[in-house]
Ligand binder design. Sequence first.
Ligand code: BG6
Length: 496
Amino acid sequence: MNNHPISILIFGASGDLTHRKLIPALFNLYQKERLPEINILGTSRSNYTDKEFQDRLMAGVKKFHPDSFQAESWNKFSQKIHYLSGNLTDPADYIRFADKLTNLENGPTNRLYYLAISPEFYTETVLNMGMSGLATQELGDQSPWRHVIIEKPYGRDLATARELNEQIHEIFKENQIYRIDHYLGKETAQNILFFRFANAIFEPIWNRRYIDNIQITVSESVDVGHRAYYYDKAGILRDMFQNHLFQLLSLVAMEAPNSFNAEPIRNERVKLLRSIRPLKREDSVAGQYVGYCSSKGVVDYSRTPTYAAIKLYIDNWRWKGVPFYLRSGKSLKRKATEINIEFQRPPHLMFGLTDPDQMTPNILSICIQPDEGIHLKFQAKEPDSEQNMRPVDMEFHYQRYFGHNTLPGAYERLLSEAIAGDPSLFTRSDGIETAWSIIDPLIKSWEDPSTEDLAVYDPGSWGPDEADILLANEGHCWRMNCGLHEDCIEPEPPLG
Ligand code: BG6
């Protein structure tokens, strides 16, 4: 890599993503003095002067990140932001973008292109970038690079993702492509690898001999809101599982890479996904919240699932036979992303117990958001009793150790890595295709109109009862151990 300045060209710059996430993230990096010399050029069909565009972005920073706004540094930062209107489908406009960048740049400059546009324009935009020379990168470490960041959704099934990869590879080499999954940018998700591999005591028990089951919950209290037009065609498996839940799964279950570098880490993530046993429809629950069909943008009698729970197995030496339960949904009781690792109960019972189910097992909870941290549930003797015990919690909270507001937003982290030219936190083409190849058959079977097993659930609940039964059939129950304890459900003892 080199130390050249950087230009960032944002396609679709008048959209939400730019003023909600990208510019606030870049502004934070600027204030932390983590940016090299930089130019930011926004483009979209709307007409703005530079000043109008800058003011629009300033309003976004003030609204969505009021704590980080400081007028003096914004005034300096905004001088770096420019705007040029253009049409994604007009090849001549790409020549104008290229000329504008050349005018802004002062010598050799790396370029990062951000596709914050609707996915139907990905291919055309990339082809136009190729034709205009925007993608051309000379060989050699010291030559300025040309990288492109592509947002999700990346395809809507395996075939379209593969086709998209092929089309993009006509213009950009794989090492120029940065596919975003913002869950990989969450500090707490990255910490999973540090927790596992920077400590010696967890890895020896991180396997089928000590772990009974692993659960990943990504629940959201919001409904589909104004995104119903997109969501109704996507559904929960495309929106959340193919990407975010599978990324969390790979981090928690992958083998140790031999170094903390992009390719070894991405190899292990993909290897893990490839070991997932084909999903069975009967090991899954599709749900829809009551009232979804009356949202604006949803077709009449829509069968789009807004909730899913699946049981899966990983066929390798470490995980053979350990069930992994994944669930996610909209309009649930509260927003929470957590990974609960439930350990086996002690092999021999003492303390007056006759049935292992009488005691809560050890549970390690990795709290991704909110109240980021890690908890370990274990048994303690109740004071002043003969042999009564009670599950208690050993807790680590980021806030307590590192202070308030120390966790950067996912986009800040991802942009900072992309600017540094490190693709570790981005998805490789084989990773995307593998994830689609796992989830695609399940999506197809759910979308088969001859089947009628969409469960319903009340908004504000934890999802359909069928998802509890999926676990109860195995003698398990959903665990929630992070966040506000009074809000947590301590599940009923498992059936059977
Ligand atoms: C997005 C999905 O990728 O992730 C949204 O499209 C979802 O539907 C969002 O709400 C959740 O992200 P986070 O960071 O709020 O958990």
